[in-house]
Every structure is written in structure tokens, then in C-alpha cells.
Design a protein. Structure first.
Length: 289
């Protein structure tokens, strides 16, 4: 089995193995962790195993053409979207961010193009109003595993019919950047809530207040919210809750983390920081990211 190399993580930056490596070792499966698949030496080692079929899940690196053509059944990728929508690196986050009603997992025959190969099978799931990238990703991982288990015998035999992807509706889910987590209060409460959910667990949602970043750990969009006047990004304490105004709508901030501080409830935050009447999140969040 091939996986990405161990990577530094946590405060101590100790090397941490990928979860798939940990599970493979528990099962007694040898693991190969090259930094790249481009070298002839690495490719020769993989080809020497004489695989009938290659299966790729969230590997994060391109498979060189010289490898793609070697197994008799090629390489199949489990991709977390309903192709051709959301080809690319971050399909789960973008499906939430853009308000898609559903998504799913596709088994796709890999080719040189980025997620452009024929679709062999798919399984769909609705995106719930409270789904985050974390919860949706967990659900999709189980769907993908079930889809592979169901179709693996046909994949090995080369007997699974394929469907060429349509060009209509094709779009790309670019890799997320840290600044994508910044909320944009000139957008609606619904759009900001989707952004909050899409950026969980990474890069996380945040806003700027008095020049410092505040991470938002719990943000809700109640059906009924108190209305108040003021520009977008205005903060108010009403009915015992901390609210931020969007355009249109309001969000309730329930847990947050000021820069350099611990995670805390809105009540704890307000206990030491009485809000001024004109309190408002900093307003350069509308810049394009």
C-alpha cells in the first residue's frame, strides 16, 4: 500500500502517520511512503508489485501517466462529489459553501486529466442544514467504502460499465486557503452559516475585531432572531445572546476564541468585554479571497 509520508503535527511538531498507515500496519499490510511518485525508482517499486487494479482515496498527489497505464484495470479513484460537479481538491467544502442540496461519492476511472475520467458507480446523500465538512466527510467515507466493497469484484473483472462525464455542469473545487474562513457580513446569514460549516474542520471560520482574529467555534442561525438597526457586522447582546448582523439576517455567536486566548462561551467573552453601542466586526472581510 502507498500512502503519504508521516507529517509533523501538534505543538511539538512530532511526526504523525496518516490514519490509513496506522490501520494498514494493524492489518499487517506493508506501507510504502514516497515523497513523490515521479521518480523512476519509485515507479519501478510500485510496478514490481504487479497490481491488477489501483485504488486511490484522498491521496493528494498526482498519479503519473507511466503508472496509470500499468495495472490491467488501471486506477480507480473514490471522489467525494457527483462528477462532473466539483472536480478537484476540496469538493466537500465547496458543495456546502455553494448550497448544494446533495452530494455523493463517485468511483471514477482515472486518466491524465484532473477528475475527468469515466464514472463507474456513484452513491448520493442529501446535505443536511447542519452538516459541516467534518460530518459530511465522515458520512461520505462510509458511503465510499460501501460502494467499493459492492463493486470491487466487478472492478477486478473489468465488468463494471462506465459513463463518460458530461462537460455541462463541470466545475472545480480549488484547494482551501486560510482566508476562506473569514466571514463576509455583507452576504446573507445563510451564506455565512454555510461558510462556517464548510470551513470545519479546516481552516475554521473567523472574523476580525479590533484588529485581531476571533475564531468562531459555534455559530447558529435561529429561525427567529431579534432585529436591530446598524450596518453589516454589527454586534449586539439581545435576549441573553451575542448576535451579529448580516445582509440580510442575523447569526448567534455561541462559542468563540479570541486571538491568543482559550475557547470560551459568548457569555464568558462578554463578561470581560462589555460591548460598545457601535461594536462591529472589522469590515475588510469583503475582499476577494
Amino acid at each position: 500500500m502507498v500512502s503519504q509520508p508521516d507529517k509533523p503535527a501538534g505543538r511539538g511538531q512530532a511526526l504523525r502517520p496518516p490514519p490509513v498507515k496506522v490501520r494498514a500496519q494493524e492489518l499487517g499490510i506493508p506501507v510504502f511512503q514516497p515523497t513523490s511518485l515521479r521518480s523512476a525508482e519509485v515507479q519501478e517499486r510500485i510496478v514490481a508489485e504487479q497490481p491488477v487494479l489501483g485504488f486511490v482515496v484522498a491521496y493528494g498527489k498526482l498519479i503519473p501517466p507511466a503508472l496509470l497505464c500499468r495495472p490491467p484495470r488501471g486506477y480507480v479513484n473514490a471522489h467525494a462529489s457527483l462528477l462532473p460537479r466539483w472536480r478537484g481538491a476540496a469538493p466537500i467544502a465547496w458543495s456546502i459553501l455553494e448550497g448544494d442540496p446533495e452530494t455523493g461519492v463517485c468511483l471514477m476511472q482515472m486518466e491524465e486529466g484532473l477528475d475527468t475520467g469515466p464514472v463507474l458507480a456513484e452513491r448520493r446523500t442529501a446535505i443536511a442544514s447542519e452538516d459541516s465538512s467534518a460530518t459530511l466527510g465522515e458520512r461520505l467515507s462510509h458511503l465510499g467504502a460501501a460502494l467499493l466493497q459492492e463493486n470491487l469484484p466487478l472492478l477486478i473483472e473489468g465488468a463494471l460499465p462506465s459513463q463518460t462525464q458530461a462537460q455541462e455542469g463541470a466545475c472545480y473545487a480549488r484547494m482551501l486557503r486560510k482566508e476562506d474562513g473569514r466571514l463576509r457580513f455583507r452576504e446573507s446569514a445563510e451564506a455565512n452559516h454555510r461558510r462556517f460549516r464548510a470551513m470545519d474542520p479546516w481552516p475554521g471560520a473567523y472574523a476580525q475585531w479590533q484588529g485581531k482574529r476571533i475564531k468562531l467555534h459555534r455559530l447558529t442561525m435561529p429561525r427567529k432572531a431579534p432585529e436591530y438597526s446598524g450596518p453589516e457586522g454589527s454586534l449586539r447582546v439581545l435576549e441573553g445572546k451575542l448576535w451579529v448582523k448580516c445582509s440580510p439576517g442575523y447569526l448567534s455567536i455561541e462559542e468563540l476564541q479570541p486571538e491568543g486566548k482559550r475557547r470560551m462561551s459568548a457569555a464568558e467573552f462578554l463578561a470581560g468585554r462589555p460591548l460598545a453601542a457601535d461594536a462591529r466586526f472589522d469590515q475588510d472581510e469583503e475582499r476577494e479571497s
